[in-house]
Write a protein that binds this ligand. Structure first.
Ligand SMILES: [Zn+2]
Ligand SMILES: [Zn+2]
Length: 351
């Protein structure tokens, strides 16, 4: 089959012939119809995360099942499916209660095994992990849920529990942040978007944000004060959708009493352990959550909001490309992520 492969960290990815995936006994092989291009793939390619080499990137996929393993009971060839980027093992205590996003034995296409920049990809523990696509949800829209939109959905709904009329602050308006803006607006929340780039704030406004804060040149306390002022005392729910010591502190300090902070942006290297104002957390009874992806169990609510048009992830897609253009799209991420609101790139494959 055709696949995009890199032989070593930082070596140019190329479209080439690759071995057909082997179907796991509890898994399936999926013919990929769409797959998102994500900065996580870039991080693995650059060696910021250890992956088996050579590697096929890609973890945000939708497609059609072509083969099922002998232990699979819920799925048959021909089914249209997507899958969370974190796949649970299906055997541990966390998977047993549907919390596959924290499975200690999790698999991730493109990281623990070959990914979806390919004509076909193998997925493990299919009965637990696969999600059926409603007819009204296309492959490209499903792939664009990827890790960013789905992660934002879980952060806003499961952790944040945002209700109509409540204030949702979103710190960082890249892919995850803009997804959170659209989701918050769809749930009836009033959204205040925070970013250092005007283009990102314009995109947030177009998605329905009621207020914006340009935090360029401001300290965390100053940004938080602006959010508290705009929201009449602070946000009910606040996301650090960027992942830095500054945005984390702004998010916590911008909350209303009894507010909920959700850490969505990943924190790497020296930023991995930011100082959190725990004095404010106790005095104001704030809640602090971490959010890591979204398990298959949580998809039906998200897909029903796609099916009836309340959520429109396709509005966040910048361009669609073919598999042959995927290597260049990955390499283009060498440039820092300018929050220009140009949107996600999705690779489409012929059926
Ligand atoms: Zn598990
Ligand atoms: Zn991703």
């Amino acid at each position: 089959m055709q696949a995009v492969v890199y032989a070593g960290y930082g070596e140019p990815p190329v479209l080439t012939d690759a071995p057909e995936p082997e179907c796991p006994s509890d898994g399936v092989v999926v013919a990929v119809r769409a797959t998102g291009v994500c900065r996580s793939d870039w991080h693995a390619w650059k060696g910021h995360e250890q992956v088996p080499l050579p590697q096929i990137p890609g973890h945000e996929l939708a497609g059609v099942i072509t083969e099922t393993g002998p232990d699979v009971t819920r799925w048959n060839p021909g089914a249209r499916v997507t899958v969370p980027f974190v796949c649970g093992c299906g055997r541990c205590e966390y998977c047993a209660v549907g919390e596959a996003q924290v499975c200690p034995h999790q698999t991730q296409p493109g990281f623990t095994g070959p990914g979806s920049y390919a004509e076909r990809v193998a997925l493990h523990a299919a009965d637990l992990n696969l999600v059926a696509l409603p007819d009204s949800v296309g492959f490209t829209a499903a792939a664009s849920l990827g890790c960013r939109f789905a992660t934002a959905f879980r952060a806003v709904t499961v952790h944040g529990g945002v209700g109509p009329g409540e204030w949702l602050a979103v710190h960082g308006c890249g892919g995850v942040g803009l997804s959170a803006v659209q989701i918050g607006v769809a749930l009836g929340a009033r959204v205040v978007a925070v970013d250092v780039a005007e283009a990102a704030l314009d995109a947030a406004r177009r998605l329905g944000a009621q207020a914006v804060v340009n935090s360029a040149g401001s300290g965390a306390s100053e940004t938080a004060a602006a959010v508290r002022e705009l929201t009449g005392g602070g946000a009910h729910v606040s996301l650090d959708a960027f992942g830095s010591a500054g945005t984390c502190a702004s998010s916590v300090r911008g909350l209303r009493r009894r507010g909920r902070h959700v850490q969505v942006g990943l924190l790497f290297g020296e930023a991995a352990t930011p100082p959190i104002p725990m004095d404010v957390v106790t005095a104001q009874e704030l809640a602090v959550y971490g959010s890591h992806g979204m398990p298959a169990r949580d998809y039906p609510q998200l897909l029903s909001m796609l099916a009836d048009g309340r959520l429109r992830p396709e509005e966040l897609i910048g361009e669609t490309i073919g598999l042959a253009q995927a290597p260049a799209a990955l390499a283009a991420m060498d440039e820092p992520a300018a929050a220009t609101g140009t949107g996600m790139t999705v690779v489409e494959l012929p059926g």
